[in-house]
Design a protein around this ligand. Structure first.
Ligand code: DO4
Ligand code: MG
Length: 293
């Protein structure tokens, strides 16, 4: 079971999407209200949704026909880094100019008890399905990072899973790791969606397939695949560091790191299209807009 929001005239409508692809409008205004109502009734969000749609008729329209919006306006998006071996290798490459035998702080953080966690985005800087992600004007080496996103309660409970794109500038971070906030956070540098898969609808979050495709002028120029089974850390371990001495807001999203990195010679360009699939969540599609567009 997945939760989406779609635009209907000037309004945003919350809806549940069954595994068969049927769409059922829900009365709650947003995902957090749905979760709060489930908590108040002492049931899971999955149970609440199942009983709410039991005697309803699905929409005549298919999911693909709906104008989807970001499924949650996450007040903050945080991100974990170097949680997969592939990311560690890519960071080492960009930080050392390709010296593959160098030992760097990326190697250290991969093995350290404390993970890398950084502030990624706010609701105003985050886009949803179909919206443009934007390139920076001062980077020549930009890539999407397809990541599993954890939707969290203010108590740090995982209440759902979504897809995130942690847009990144490899040259800015590679020049100096102290530039990380500029390499990671700018206008429209984060995308979330297209849906939130309810936590109780996922049997094993360590066996989700992640696929990424990048198209240029209609032609597929990059393709990559990974599985969350390759994640070095546990999801609750990442969350435990995020909540430590921190204040969390309802619907905060924690991205869990990337395992798919395009070839080193690749950089995103104006007009590209990024597609990211994760098992059971759907496909997050975003066109890429050049800087200043
Ligand atoms: O150290 C930089 C960030 C790494 C990251 O975003 C990732 O591994 O996904
Ligand atoms: Mg990342």
């Amino acid at each position: 079971m997945r939760i989406i929001r779609y635009r209907q005239e000037a309004l945003l409508q919350l809806a549940a999407v069954t595994d068969q692809g049927e769409v059922f409008p829900l009365p709650q205004g947003d995902f957090i209200s749905l979760q709060k109502e489930a908590d108040a009734q002492g049931v899971t969000a999955l149970e609440l949704v199942r009983s709410a749609i039991a005697d309803q008729q699905p929409l005549a329209e298919k999911l693909e026909a709906l104008d989807l919006a970001v499924p949650i306006e996450a007040p903050e998006v945080w991100a974990a880094g170097v949680t997969y071996q592939r990311s560690r290798e890519a960071r080492n490459y960009e930080a050392t100019g390709g010296k593959l035998d160098a030992v760097t702080f990326y190697d250290k953080v991969y093995d350290a008890e404390r993970p890398e966690i950084f502030f990624k985005s706010t609701a105003a800087r985050t886009v949803g399905p179909g919206d443009d992600v934007q390139l920076r004007s001062d980077s020549e080496w930009q890539i999407p990072e397809p990541e599993l996103g954890l939707v969290l309660s203010s108590q740090g409970k995982i209440i759902g899973y979504t897809i995130g794109n942690d847009m990144s500038c490899r040259d800015i971070e590679g020049e100096n790791p102290l530039y990380l906030p500029q390499a990671k956070l700018w206008k429209r540098s984060c995308s979330l969606g297209p849906a939130i898969r309810l936590v109780d609808a996922v049997d094993n979050p360590y066996d989700l397939q992640i696929d990424c495709r990048i198209y240029r002028q209609g032609e597929k120029v990059v393709e990559g695949t990974a599985n969350t089974g390759q994640l070095k850390r546990r999801l609750d371990e990442l969350v435990s560091f995020l909540v430590r001495d921190n204040e969390l807001f309802e619907g905060t999203v924690l991205l869990t790191g990337t395992c798919i990195v395009p070839p080193n010679e690749f950089s995103l360009a104006d007009g590209d299209r990024v597609e990211i699939d994760i098992t059971g969540i759907g496909t997050l599609v975003n066109p890429v807009a050049g800087a200043g567009r």
